[in-house]
Design a protein around this ligand. Structure first.
Ligand SMILES: *Cc1c(COP(=O)(O)O)cnc(C)c1O
Length: 358
């Protein structure tokens, strides 16, 4: 029987380009610097042996520990399958397909558009200024019908923080019309910049967090949405009944123990030191035009011939993330912080490139 399954699918899904995750892009690397993961595994042991039972929808210990870590109350915290699920739950709860829109500011994280496209929700973009800060007048012009504004700070892939005064202005602009969603996936690398404390002032502020980056648990799939109780209650209406498997909650609770948080902070200090070293080394490489400042566990750099550099490193098993096609990022590659040894291998490989690529 020959049946065209494709034509049965929703039009927006047929048109969809799936998120180009680092894993999907493949490669045979042994130095993975392309997904902003922590470079080494952190060991855990499972303590729960109750897999015959369904898990709690919102595991109490995980929620309480994350709330304490973030300086909030438990009713201001929602746990989900990564921050990515938080991005999508907000659209499902707040955006009417074909009517409401979301807005974000490229170059930025790719899942805002993927989630909107999957759900059939219009998305609008306002390119960031040359210094990657918000173009507030242009945003103001496009806010009609927008329900969610996603601001990534520190921003992926550029590494910069968004000016807090601009975020405050945007919060005043959106009050009563839209939620402002601050994606803080990398906030552990610059904890003093968090907007979590602003939740008491702004009922329409939402903060996204994850265990995937500084907590070294990308494979766990656990993230958090921080907001005031009316927002959290709406999200609880649309979340799956059992979003967090029992082993996930088990490991997440351990990662959020006092020792778990202390270990994370030690890792952050090491990675921040590696970043300072790598930035200084990159700036000395003939093939590097510019290294951008970063508040995260990655560096963005502009190369004289980024496709050649990307390919030469790929062939040696060193996998970076190509940003060449992102608006404003021609010639740019994003480099996740590896171990010091991996950073040294990268620099050695760049220094050994033939002159025509440098
Ligand atoms: C990695 C990342 C996420 C997704 O985190 P998960 O918890 O792994 O889903 C969200 N936002 C940004 C900006 C990221 O870089």
């Amino acid at each position: 029987m020959s049946v065209n399954i494709e034509q049965l699918a929703r039009a927006n899904v047929r048109a969809l380009t799936p998120y180009q995750s680092a894993r999907r892009l493949g490669g045979n690397g042994d130095v993975w610097l392309n997904a902003n993961e922590y470079p080494l595994p952190v060991p855990f042991e499972l303590s729960q042996q109750t897999l015959n039972r369904y898990p709690e929808c919102q595991p109490k210990q995980v929620i309480e520990r994350y709330a304490a870590y973030a300086g909030l109350q438990p009713d201001q915290v929602l746990a989900s399958r990564g921050a990515d699920e938080g991005i999508e739950l907000l659209m499902r709860a707040f955006c009417e397909p074909g009517q409401d829109a979301v807005l974000f500011c490229p170059p930025t994280y790719g899942m805002y558009s993927v989630s909107a496209e999957t759900l059939g929700i219009e998305y609008r973009t306002v390119e960031a200024l040359p210094d990657w800060q918000l173009n507030l007048p242009a945003i103001a012009d496009k806010l009609d019908g927008v329900k969610l504004v996603y601001i990534c700070s520190p921003n992926n892939p550029t590494g910069n923080l968004v000016n807090p005064d601009d975020i405050r202005t945007l919060l005043e602009m959106t009050a009563g019309k839209a939620l402002l969603v601050a994606d803080e996936a990398y906030i552990e690398f610059c904890p003093e910049a968090t907007l979590a404390g602003w939740l008491q002032t702004y009922p329409h502020l939402v903060v996204l967090r994850t265990l995937s980056k500084a907590f070294a648990l990308a494979g766990l799939r656990c993230g958090f949405t921080l907001a005031n109780p009316p927002v959290i209650e709406l999200l609880l209406k649309v979340i799956a009944p059992y979003p967090l498997p029992t082993p996930v909650a088990d490991v997440a609770a351990q990662a959020l123990s006092e020792q778990g948080i202390a270990l994370m902070r030690q890792h952050v200090a090491e990675l921040n030191a590696n970043r300072a070293w790598l930035a200084a080394q990159l700036a000395q490489c003939a093939c590097v035009q510019q290294v951008f400042p970063s508040e995260t566990n990655y560096l963005l750099a502009r190369f004289t011939d980024s496709p050649a550099v990307f390919k030469a490193l790929w062939d040696q098993g060193i996998i970076l993330r190509d940003q060449n096609k992102n608006p404003g990022l021609a010639g740019c590659l994003r480099i996740s912080m590896g171990t010091r040894d991996e950073c040294e291998r990268l620099i050695a490989a760049l220094q050994a490139l033939p002159v025509e690529q440098a």
